[in-house]
Ligand binder design. Structure first.
Ligand code: FMN
Length: 324
């Protein structure tokens, strides 16, 4: 294989995060570069590696250092990714950083940080590979920035558990699909219990596209959501955002996906008590066609929607003109 550009583009197809790797040279001058060659090497002991190009201005600092820092950039830190990928005389002025281990300069607001001592240095091809022993690592509050095919992307919404307030919590999407006064329920293959169709939000360029793909993944058909009806905790680890939908054509049904009228619903066999609450409330509210948005995150609350308006055309452009 003798096609460096093809090799570059092939490797660029592999999505990575983006890091800023830093150190200080013998004179104490800080150096830093954007790097996506960062990867984990060993769990016990905890080792990571990063490869530095021999042509980089910071090469000699990294090839002589004893300590270095890795900041896994957060999605709002693209400017740092660009700054540290540019050969500037001073990349650090004005930045909020911390440096508990001298040489490991870590960016404030990063998705995660690691302070490493050099474990092994390997000359490989036109790079030097630094293998770092992790002295300290810490998680930040934000979702990480991604990089693929030469572009940055955000990873929030890619089913990433983020945030210290409710750590590890999965956000799921649920569907309250009504057709002809009947509600679509799906049967959980593992437990046999009936419930609203629920699953992870699929990827998509917009929320609407992601929701449509989610309906396809869950119900084998495209169902357009109308409005967000409830946000409920299903368990210690799962929160569900339930959308109401009223398709104009009869949804396809299978053995495990069926429409139920109110008096047919297997109330005792519903998988979650919160789904009972949602369905009972829904049948109550649809009598008057007045709906409320229910939150059971903490103390239960209902925000009333007095009059349900049908979809209107997209006036986002008018709005932007009005506020600009
Ligand atoms: C997303 C991204 C990832 C990069 N990853 C690396 C890398 O892993 N190793 C490397 O040597 N250069 C990498 N670079 C290029 C360096 O950041 C760039 O050459 C920078 O100018 C080096 O800084 P310096 O010249 O001040 O040392 C990357 C650039 C970008 C935009």
């Amino acid at each position: 294989m003798n096609d460096p550009l093809l090799f570059r583009r092939t490797m660029g197809r592999f999505p990575t995060g983006v890091t800023v790797v830093t150190t200080r040279d013998d004179a104490g001058r800080p150096w830093g570069m954007t790097a996506n060659s960062f990867t984990s090497v060993s769990l016990t002991p905890p080792l990571i590696s990063v490869c530095v190009d021999r042509r980089a201005g910071s090469f000699s600092a990294f090839s002589g250092c004893g300590m270095f820092g890795v900041s896994i950039l957060a999605e709002h830190q693209r400017d740092l990714a660009v700054r540290f990928a540019t050969p500037l005389d001073d990349k650090f002025t004005g930045l909020a950083t911390r440096e508990d281990h001298p040489g490991a300069i870590l960016m404030s607001g990063a998705a995660a940080t690691l302070a490493c001592s050099v474990h092994t240095r390997v000359d490989i091809g036109d790079h030097v590979m630094l293998v770092g022993a992790v002295e300290e690592c810490a998680l930040g509050q934000s979702a990480p920035l991604g990089y693929c095919d030469g572009s940055f992307f955000t990873t929030a919404g890619v089913d990433t558990p983020v945030g210290e307030r409710r750590p590890g919590r999965r956000i799921l999407v649920g569907w309250l699909v009504e057709y002809d006064a009947r509600i679509l329920l799906s049967r959980d293959a593992a437990t046999g219990a009936w419930r609203l169709p629920v699953g992870p939000l699929q990827a998509g360029p917009t929320m609407s596209a992601a929701l449509v793909d989610t309906s396809r993944a869950l119900m084998g058909q495209v169902i357009e959501p109308e409005f967000l009806y409830s946000a409920i905790d299903l368990s210690e680890s799962e929160t569900c955002h339930v959308y109401r939908a009223r398709p104009s054509v009869l949804p396809e049904q299978t053995r495990d996906l069926r429409l139920f009228a109110e008096d047919e619903i297997p109330w005792a066999e519903l998988s979650h008590s919160s789904m009972q609450v949602i369905l009972r409330r829904y049948f109550d509210e649809r009598v008057s066609d007045r709906f409320g948005i229910y939150l059971n995150l903490g103390a239960g609350r209902i925000a009333k929607i007095e009059r349900e308006s049908p979809w209107t055309a997209d006036h986002a452009g008018d709005y932007e003109r009005a506020v600009s």
